[in-house]
Design a protein around this ligand. Structure first.
Ligand code: GRF
Length: 224
């Protein structure tokens, strides 16, 4: 049976697009995106989902009086879709420990830095300010502590002399659009064992920063 994936997002949805093209649509990948949920009604990702024929709905956080009420509605919407895996792709609400522990460790996020470097926001500006020569993105298991769960895989990108945060962000996103689908294909193939404190790939414990890739020079693929 195909792995049932539900994607949560808040905005553009370029990672959703990559997942739809590289995981959902190929018939040889045993996974399907069975629903996309946004907390913002105007999220472009909702249209991307609908265009691909995937059920898309909004649970607007502003329509709920507090975070627990919002999360109860969100969880009810998710559970109707009966996911095997919940995927955060640019979901910009902090989730409470109650919500996280309900789904973790089958709850993944993509974060635009080489964790544990630069948890939180403004990662590209912070990588530039720190003078890092290498930056990148991480896919990790979500745990109650923000951006602190075990890392499954990272993709490194070079930081170039002429970079500003926007240029660097665009290069990191090109890596994200390859990395997230790769991790989801591993999961769908039964190759990942997720736990709140560790991850195994093909039975072998992954190191703290996960499996390491780098973006190829042509930026069209990942290399070990
Ligand atoms: C990505 O850069 C991801 O790392 C971060 O949010 C961004 C979402 O972009 N968590 P998009 O909506 O998928 O284009």
């Amino acid at each position: 049976m195909a792995c049932r994936i539900v994607v949560l997002l808040s905005g553009r949805g370029s990672n959703l697009d990559a997942i739809l093209q590289q995981v959902h649509q190929p018939t040889d990948v045993p996974a399907r995106v069975v629903g996309v949920i946004s907390n913002r009604p105007a999220a472009a990702g909702l249209e991307r989902a609908a265009a691909a024929g995937v059920p898309a709905e909004c649970v607007d956080h502003r329509a709920h009086p507090d975070r627990p009420t919002f999360e109860r509605q969100l969880a009810a919407t998710i559970d109707r879709l009966q996911p095997d895996l919940l995927v955060l792709a640019g979901f910009m609400r902090i989730l409470t420990p109650t919500f996280v522990t309900r789904y973790s460790p089958a709850l993944l996020n993509i974060h635009p830095s080489l964790l544990p470097d630069f948890r939180g926001l403004d990662t590209h500006a912070r990588a530039l300010a720190a003078g890092h020569a290498v930056h990148g993105t991480s896919v990790h298991v979500v745990v109650p502590e923000l951006d602190a769960g075990p890392v499954i895989a990272q993709a490194q990108v070079p930081v170039l002399e002429e970079d500003d945060p926007e240029r660097l962000a665009a290069r990191v996103q090109r890596a994200e659009h390859l990395l997230y689908p790769q991790v989801l294909r591993w999961y769908a193939a039964g190759r990942l064992q997720l736990r709140p404190d560790s991850v195994r790939l093909d039975g072998a414990l992954l190191p703290p920063r996960g499996h390491r890739f780098r973006l190829s020079a042509t930026e069209t693929g990942l290399e070990d």
